[in-house]
Design a protein around this ligand. Structure first.
Ligand code: GDP
Ligand code: IMO
Ligand code: MG
Length: 427
């Protein structure tokens, strides 16, 4: 039975949360496999708005078991705050499971994130300041604290001491900050241990058995392809693998069990933070997209940078992730434009690219080559089938589909769970 990956094709905020929520009724498990509370998913159900950061989006559907996989970095105070806030609104969070191998974000990771960015000055990444990069750096340096470590105080203390040894030198000598006392960190982590204990499990074993029993497992990526540490616009990326390979390493489900890879792609492009963005609009057209699409970050509230659809990126995402289906979101936002430019290639000096340039410098200097598609004026938010759409909206979808190698199976025409056109079922 199927394991389905849902991931972002662009620079995040494509509407992954809504897509995951839409599939909720048809799946048994929703597993978050990467990232942490840098993610922000806004989901609208029955007119109620929910903003999720660390909890898997499947949490809003009763009957789904939400899982925080081993590839996630977990800030425990955020986890419990989010559980409390959502429980207070009547959502059942009792089935939530956390991998024993998930790494923990501590106070010193948040501190290192902030001072690191300040130190970079103009070259800063524009991180969410949630300690994500430093927590993954500790994981790779084998200095991380995992969920299971909270249940053995002696081991926990040893690990925190190891992690702080060099960091405290750096904080005091390079960053002119106070050293972080080991005791403070250990006490704070231990304070969460009892509440965390019943949620912690061998989630890879459990998911393997679930697939054997014919259950449907949805693997939900945070961030997106262009923010992937290996395949994104490095160094302006996050510190994990949001791409399809990360779904396997971040959950313990092998590639041979994945049946479907669904990429969420916005009908235009947005980006938060620094880094190259070829189709970015720095004029009133970008402002128009930001206003119409309400493009302000769910996590940091920062205005998102906006630009036209980039087919080079969509094609790249299709290849890197082995995409079987696209979900095209926010088509309704484009209503009212006379023509809609779509980037079909890049020009760098005398060279034209129809694939992602290998060189970072070339990508920084890429000038989009646009094709103009005719727009539409009709309100499309009530459309529930392709036939309900104006001819030019259908032409836009067909043109985007022809530019990549995978079908557009679902189209978003509004933020609500039901504001979607399902052309082909995803489960
Ligand atoms: P995520 O991080 O990929 O889950 O996306 P975000 O939640 O950060 O940003 C997507 C925003 O677009 C949210 O506010 C959604 O409610 C909204 N949204 C999702 N799909 C659609 C759509 O088809 N049309 C409109 N107008 N809004 C949408
Ligand atoms: P969702 O899941 C958009 C961006 C940050 C920054 C870079 C690194 O909602 O799509 P980090 O804090 O991860 O070290 O920041 O990545 N970023 C996101 N941008 N959506 C997200 O998540 C993001 N998560 C991180 O703005 O540029
Ligand atoms: Mg988001």
């Amino acid at each position: 039975m199927p394991a389905i990956v849902v991931l972002g094709a662009q620079w995040g905020d494509e509407g992954k949360g809504k897509a995951t929520d839409l599939l909720g009724e048809q799946v048994d498990f929703v597993v978050k496999y990467n990232g942490g509370n840098n993610a922000g998913h806004t989901i609208v159900v029955g007119g109620e708005k929910y903003a999720l950061h660390l909890l898997p989006s499947g949490i809003l559907t009763s009957g789904v078991t939400p899982v925080i996989g081993n590839g996630v970095v977990v800030d425990l105070s955020v986890l419990f705050q989010e559980i409390d806030a959502i429980s207070a609104r009547g959502v059942d969070t009792s089935r939530l499971l956390v991998s024993a191998n998930a790494h923990i974000i501590t106070d010193y990771h948040r501190t290192m994130d902030k001072v690191g960015e300040r130190f970079l000055g103009n070259a800063k990444i524009g991180t969410t300041g949630r300690g994500i990069g430093p927590a993954y750096a500790d994981k790779m340096s084998r200095l991380g604290v995992r969920a299971q470590d909270l249940f053995d105080e002696k081991i926990l203390r040893q690990k925190v001491e190891g992690a702080l040894e060099l960091k405290n030198q750096l904080l005091v000598k390079a960053y002119n900050r106070k050293a972080v006392p080991v005791d403070t960190v250990v006490d704070e982590l231990l304070m969460h241990a009892d509440r965390l204990r019943p949620m912690v499990a061998d989630t890879s074993l459990l998911l393997g058995k679930a697939l054997d029993e014919g259950k449907v497992v949805l693997l939900e990526g945070g961030q997106a392809t262009m923010l992937d540490v290996d395949h994104g616009s490095y160094p302006f990326v996050t510190s994990s693998n949001p791409t399809a390979g990360g779904a396997c390493t971040g959950s313990g489900i092998p590639p041979t069990r994945i049946d479907r890879v669904v990429a969420i792609v916005k009908a235009y492009t947005t980006r938060v933070g620094s880094g190259p963005f070829p189709t970015e609009l720095l004029d009133e057209k970008g402002e128009w997209l930001r206003d119409r699409g309400a493009e302000f970050g769910t996590t940091t509230g920062r205005p998102r940078r906006c630009g036209w659809y980039d087919a080079v990126i969509a094609r790249y995402a299709a290849r890197i992730n082995g995409v079987t289906d696209f979900v095209l979101t926010k088509l309704d936002v484009l209503t009212g434009l006379e023509t809609i430019p779509v980037c079909v290639g890049y020009r760098v000096g005398d060279t034209t690219y129809d694939e992602m340039p290998t060189s970072q410098t070339d990508f920084h200097h890429a000038v989009p080559v646009y094709e103009e598609l005719p727009g539409w004026d009709e309100d499309i938010t009530a459309a529930r089938s392709l036939e309900d759409l104006p001819k030019n909206a259908r032409r836009y979808i067909e043109a985007l589909e022809a530019m990549t190698s995978a079908p557009i199976s679902v189209i978003g025409v509004g933020p609500g769970r039901d504001e979607s056109i399902v052309v082909r079922s995803l489960v």
